[in-house]
Each structure stands twice: as C-alpha cells, then as structure tokens.
Design a protein around this ligand. Structure first.
Ligand SMILES: NC(=O)N[C@@H](CC(=O)O)C(=O)O
Ligand SMILES: [Zn+2]
Ligand SMILES: [Zn+2]
Length: 347
C-alpha cells in the first residue's frame, strides 16, 4: 500500500475568505495552497478593480509570513459592470477572473446579474482579453426544483452564453451533477469545471436523512448518489478540464444553525486529507496531483507551483479542529464522516 505521496503544491480555484474577523480567522487555513481564486461575494461585493486591489491587500495582511498563498482576485459581475474597468484591472494584474452569480442564486448574490443581455459588452471584452468567466451555474426561477437548477441553468443560460460569445473562457464552478460533468466534457479547452471536496464525499442524504444537518447544506445543494459518483469519476479521471475548487465557505454557526440557515461548508482545514482519502478509495492517488495541482493552473495559463507537499498515510488519524473561533463566533469545520489517515506535511 502506498503510504506517502509527493505533489506539486496544490491550488484552490474557488475559495471564500470573507472579510474582517472572519478573514483573519480562516485565511491561515488556506495558506498552504499555492494560489487561490478568491470569491468576490462580500457585503457589499467586490465590483471594481480598485476594490479588488484593496481586498487583496487585506488578504495579504491576514496571511502568516510563511504562507505560500498568492490570492488571485475576481470581480463580481453586475448589470452595470464597466467593460473598461474589467480589462484595465486584468491588464494591471489585479484580477484573474470575473465571477457571474445569477441574482439571488446563492449567499450574498443580491447584486448579481438579472439580465444576461446587459452584460454582453463585458463578456465580449473578456473574450477578447482572455479573461475567464467563473460561473455559479444555477437558475433562480422559483418554479424550478432546487435539485434541477444546475441542469436547467446549463440548457437555459450557460450554453446560450457560450454560443453567443465565441472565445469566452468559462469555468463551471462547483459542479454537482452528471449533467454538469457531461456538459464540461462537451467543451474544448475553453471550458473547465471545478469540483469541491465536499461534493465528492456527501450526497443529499447527508443533509436530510435522520434529521436536518445544516453543516452539510451548501449551494449548489448536494444531489443524489449517482451524481456524487459521477463527480468522483470526473475528479479522478485526470482529465485537464476538471480541477479543485474547494468552495470552502465559512459561516458563523450562529448564521448556519437557524430556521433559515446560510449555505456553505468550511473545508479549508482538512481538504487535502479528505481528497487523499477519496482518491485512494478510487484507486487514483496517482491522479490527485492532476486534479489538485496541475489542471487548474494549466486552465488559467499558469505554470504549476514549483515547491511540493507530502501526504503521508499514518495509523493515527490527522487531527483537525471541529470548530474554529472567528472573533466572537465559532465556525464548524466540515466533518467528512470518516477518520482522515492522510496527513499533510512539507515535502
Ligand atoms: N457554496 C455555498 O454554499 N456558499 C457560498 C456561495 C457559493 O459559492 O455559491 C458562500 O459564499 O457562502
Ligand atoms: Zn457558488
Ligand atoms: Zn463558492
């Protein structure tokens, strides 16, 4: 049995670090990733290049001195985003991508896009400049069942956008369905898809069977088991279009444990140990590096990180906190439901 593997340092292509006391508390748990795409859904959202630069500086200040992490900033696309601000922020090296949230689809998405024709000039400028569009792919139509919102989004919104905007590079963020996997596979090298750690581990029973478990509630919501298996097959396939975006999304327990609780799983502290467990289960440890360290960088046109990490399988489980403190609040760490024998170490 393999008991130690060395990988190029992994990247996290979808991460929420928040702001203020939460930023200070959670950022150190992502410091071991090389690069991370930082989600812009703050309140208020990060919509201009100047706001992205200021947020980047707050993240840098929250990082430990020894951190590897280099934040890759994004802008939150709104109906009134100025194409010239987007291309200028990209040329200045401030942003790596732009994030599309359909208005109301997820946490802090009230300022998201309401009319896709209004953002057409921005999308065209992005296609011209090679700036990727990261997409939260769910329709918000209340008539569409929440478990179908990703598949319907692909047909009604994503495919039309891609057809109308040739050359636009798109990342389907946190795909959760076999339809998402199939659509990602239908594209060329202009289409990528991130897969989260938790969607490889849980299906919808984790949220609902035997009682409601708010810490497993995220968006897009976990689907039935066939979809989880499709995601595991995709993530472990080694195919260049699939890469890690943890979507680690911390919320205070006081906001999750409510009659109407927030969506998001906080996976930053134990993601690499969980992924090693999943890839070992799938007999695909040799493809973990492609998923976590190589494919995303290649999609974003970046070289792999030069340094390495080691994952070692030990007889005693890796220790990670059940909760962390953030200011006066606590945040619960994602519990995969099994012990984590893979320990993350310096190479
Ligand atoms: N994934 C989540 O459930 N929540 C994210 C938003 C998002 O990525 O959609 C958050 O910001 O909390
Ligand atoms: Zn999202
Ligand atoms: Zn997210």
């Amino acid at each position: 049995m393999t008991d130690s593997i060395v990988l190029c340092r992994p990247d996290d292509w979808h991460l929420h670090l928040r702001d203020g006391a939460m930023l200070a508390a959670v950022t150190p748990f992502s410091a071991g990733f090389g690069r991370a795409i930082i989600m812009p859904n703050l309140v208020p959202p990060v919509v201009t290049g100047a706001q992205a630069a200021a947020y980047r500086d707050r993240i840098r200040a929250a990082l430990p001195e020894t951190a590897a992490l280099v934040p890759q900033m994004t802008l939150y696309l709104t109906d009134s985003t100025d194409p010239a601000d987007v291309t200028a922020a990209h040329e200045a090296g401030i942003i790596r991508a732009v994030k599309l949230y359909p208005a109301g689809a997820t946490t802090n998405s009230a300022s998201g896009v309401t009319d896709f024709d209004r953002v057409r000039p921005v999308l065209e400028a992005m296609a011209g400049a090679g700036i990727p569009l990261c997409v939260h792919g769910e329709v918000t139509d209340p008539a569409v069942d929440i478990f179908d919102r990703e598949a319907v989004f692909i047909d009604r919104v994503l495919d039309p956008i891609r057809r109308k905007t040739p050359g636009l590079r798109v990342v389907m963020e946190h795909i959760t369905t076999s339809e998402g996997v199939a659509y990602a596979r239908s594209g060329g090298d202009d289409l990528g898809a991130t897969i989260t750690t938790h969607h490889l581990v849980i299906n919808r029973n984790a949220i609902l069977a035997g009682g409601i478990r708010p810490h497993y509630y995220c968006l897009p919501v976990a689907k039935r088991e066939t979809h989880r298996l499709a995601l595991r097959e995709a993530a472990t396939s080694g195919e260049a279009r699939f890469f890690l975006g943890t979507d680690s999304a911390p919320h205070p327990d006081s906001a999750k444990l409510q009659p109407c609780g927030c969506a998001g799983c906080f996976t930053a502290p134990n993601t690499m140990s969980i992924l090693a467990h999943v890839f070992e289960d799938e007999d695909a440890l040799d493809r973990l590096e492609a998923f976590a360290s190589l494919n995303g960088a290649a999609f974003y046109g970046l070289p792999p990180n030069e340094d390495r990490i080691r994952l070692t399988r030990r007889e005693t489980p890796a220790a990670y906190p059940a909760t962390i403190a953030a200011g006066d609040e606590t945040v619960t760490v994602f519990d995969p439901g099994f012990p984590l024998y893979w320990h993350l170490e310096d190479a």
